[in-house]
Ligand binder design. Structure first.
Ligand code: ADP
Ligand code: MG
Length: 319
């Protein structure tokens, strides 16, 4: 008998967890939430040609579909535990599914995340991953909670993914810097360790999926505050600066999407300690501005001149 697609996915993503009473194979999964913990759930869909370019490698698609969901867990301060995968495939090509499952599993293993079920249907290529995480009750990091005077910080570097997409569109860039930027687009790193380290530290947190201006704008709206950003403090990768230069880097960082870094606010006195705590965060953290009274995000250059901000990030339904 042919090894079914679901069996292949189960084999490739196998992960033992004591809190999984029943995984793939029955009508539904049975999972145990420990006493004193809250279940944190999120779902995100990736559609070919919309969220990843045609021709993206199957392993990259599998990685990214999980990564964008883990990023939502990170933004809440949750530890990822389980996922469901709804897969829509144009055909049942086994090699494609194997590669996709391998890319998914490569990231899942890093967090001992178990794939406990899903659904498989025929149609234009699309993946929905529902991820489930855990955190001690009452300790979630929310968008609301930023306080006037807080430092605004971001993890890692900004603008790389948008620059990578620009390189793919232009069909160019074959050096190591270009490859790094394209890798940042296809294989974002969810900042799970940073999210865990920020529990009890950050006043507000969000992941940067639609661009810093748009996502920091969500923190401001939810918290009833404004944000003042010093654009000269934005963290850029050497690759981004090398390929595109400082001016374009700033545009990519403010308005480009798909970075999946965390943007969070903390009391100023905690920001310094966090910045030097690279090991626990799993990455760098950089102070880029402050929470102010008022509303909306305002960005200034190094000389204190306010920047005219037009593009406000990625909106699927914008004309
Ligand atoms: P049902 O008709 O009961 O929904 P399915 O054939 O859709 O049964 O699924 C059988 C089992 O395989 C279920 O446990 C389901 O969760 C799992 N499953 C189906 N598709 C996937 C997938 N793409 N990834 C992981 N598990 C899957
Ligand atoms: Mg089903």
């Amino acid at each position: 008998m042919e090894f079914s697609l679901i069996d292949r996915i189960r084999e490739l993503t196998a992960q033992t967890r004591e809190d999984v009473r029943l995984g793939i194979g029955d009508d539904a999964a049975l999972l145990r939430v420990p006493d004193g913990q809250e279940l944190v759930v999120a779902i995100d869909t990736l559609v070919e040609g919309v969220h990843f370019p045609l021709g993206t490698a199957a392993a990259d698609i599998g990685w990214k579909a999980l990564a964008v969901n883990l990023s939502d867990m990170a933004a809440m301060g949750a530890a990822p535990a389980w996922a469901l995968l709804a897969l829509t495939l144009p055909n049942g090509e086994a090699a494609f599914v194997d590669d996709l499952a391998a890319g998914f599993a490569q990231l899942a293993r890093q967090y001992r995340l178990a794939l406990v079920g899903g659904d498989t249907t025929r149609g234009p290529l699309a993946l929905s991953v529902a991820v489930h995480g855990l955190l001690p009750s009452g300790h979630a990091l929310l968008r609301a909670g930023a306080q006037v005077g807080d430092a605004i910080c971001v993890t890692g570097t900004l603008g790389d993914a948008a620059a990578g997409l620009e390189l793919l569109r232009a069909g160019g860039g074959a050096d190591a810097h270009a490859a790094y930027l394209v890798e940042r687009l296809h294989r974002p790193t969810p900042r799970i360790d940073a999210g865990l380290a920020l529990r009890g530290q950050a006043h507000a947190c969000i992941d940067v999926s639609d661009g810093l201006l748009a996502d920091l704008g969500h923190i401001c709206a939810a918290s009833g505050v404004g944000a003042r950003i010093d654009a000269s403090l934005l963290p850029f990768s050497p690759a981004l600066l090398n390929v595109f230069g400082a001016h374009a880097a700033r545009e990519f960082a403010l308005s480009g999407g798909d970075d999946y870094e965390l943007c969070f606010t903390v009391p100023v006195d905690r920001a310094t300690a966090l910045q030097s705590n690279r090991v626990q965060l799993g990455c760098a953290a950089t102070v880029i501005g402050h929470v102010v009274e008022g509303s909306g995000v305002h960005a200034y250059d190094g000389d204190g001149r306010e920047l005219a901000l037009e593009r406000r990030g990625w909106d699927h339904f914008r004309a």
